[in-house]
Design a binder for this molecule. Structure first.
Ligand SMILES: Nc1ncnc2c1ncn2[C@@H]1O[C@H](COP(=O)(O)OP(=O)(O)OP(=O)(O)O)[C@@H](O)[C@H]1O
Ligand SMILES: [Mg+2]
Length: 266
């Protein structure tokens, strides 16, 4: 058993929506130093799981602790400020006329409007540096409305990093990206995974090809339950992916620590 600090601890958790069990019963622990991918079919509970991890909701049954705080017994808003989010829902909540630089800088306080807080030159410089680190210094003054989908996801990631979160949650950041944008984002996440000063992350995705090399752990959901979880090679290397997706799959990685690929078994 690892002694690293637990970021998320779910114990016999059940999440009910409209009287239906959408998640659970589930146990899951994600620790400092681990990078997780959450996989599973549509509707299997991935977004519900990261909503708990991000302190956006609390369990109907069982216990959930995030950064050591028990959900339902703590100030959820204070806890949320310690967690960086990249999701389509958050992107849609931002005004399209804000520039990339404004969107990133507002991430310092998780704000949706620039006038909610004051920003100094240090904040402005850090926002520029984060855009530059993503390879997107040139788009700083462009409004969100004109950015490509790939550029928007990089802006949202830079914004999430701006608040110096304890960890990051990315819910389907690759949705709608072309091959080039996808690869640039995988490369950026891979760089974060190998940077000891960068926060750990939990990544929700549909495609194993989108898993950066630095991801160490995987949880595979089916109908709200974890059918496998743990070290990524054990989870993806076993028969759990075939069981979760309901057809025989060939899932393998390129070389010992390479990228993953999946296809139906011939
Ligand atoms: N607020 C809600 N009210 C009713 N049902 C809900 C609610 N939130 C989620 N659900 C249901 O819970 C199930 C799991 O949803 P969730 O969004 O977690 O799945 P997902 O794995 O993220 O799916 P996708 O891959 O399509 O994003 C779905 O059947 C969904 O309809
Ligand atoms: Mg989802």
């Amino acid at each position: 058993m690892s002694s690293a600090r637990a970021l998320v601890e779910l114990e016999s958790v059940v999440l009910l929506r409209d009287g239906e069990r959408v998640l659970g019963e589930l146990d899951w622990v994600a620790r400092e130093g681990e990078r997780w991918v959450v996989l599973g079919p549509n509707g299997s509970g991935k977004t519900s799981l990261v909503s708990l991890a991000g302190a956006q909701t609390f369990p109907s049954l069982g216990r959930a602790r995030v950064l050591g705080e028990e959900l339902g017994k703590t100030d959820m808003r204070a806890l949320r400020r310690r967690i960086g989010w990249v999701s389509g829902a958050l992107l849609r909540s931002l005004r399209p006329r804000f520039t990339a630089h404004e969107v990133v800088m507002m991430g310092r306080h998780g704000a949706l409007e620039p006038w909610w807080h004051e920003y100094d030159d240090g904040d402005r410089a850090r926002a520029h540096a984060l855009l530059a680190a993503a390879g997107h210094a040139a788009i700083a003054e462009r409004p969100l409305s004109v950015l490509s989908e790939g550029e928007r996801q990089q802006v949202m990631l830079a914004r999430a990093l701006m608040q110096a979160p304890d960890f990051l949650i990315l819910d389907e950041p690759f949705a709608g990206l072309d091959l080039g944008a996808r690869e640039r984002l995988v490369t950026r996440l891979d760089a974060l995974a190998h940077d000891p000063t960068a926060p750990p992350f939990v990544l929700v995705t549909h495609h194993v090809e989108e898993i950066p090399r630095g991801v160490s752990h995987a949880i595979l959901l089916e109908k709200g339950r974890a059918i496998a979880q743990g070290a990524i090679d054990d989870v993806l290397g076993g028969d759990a992916p075939s069981r979760a997706f309901g057809l025989p799959l060939d899932v393998r990685r390129e070389g010992e620590r390479g990228r993953w690929r999946a296809s139906a078994r011939a």
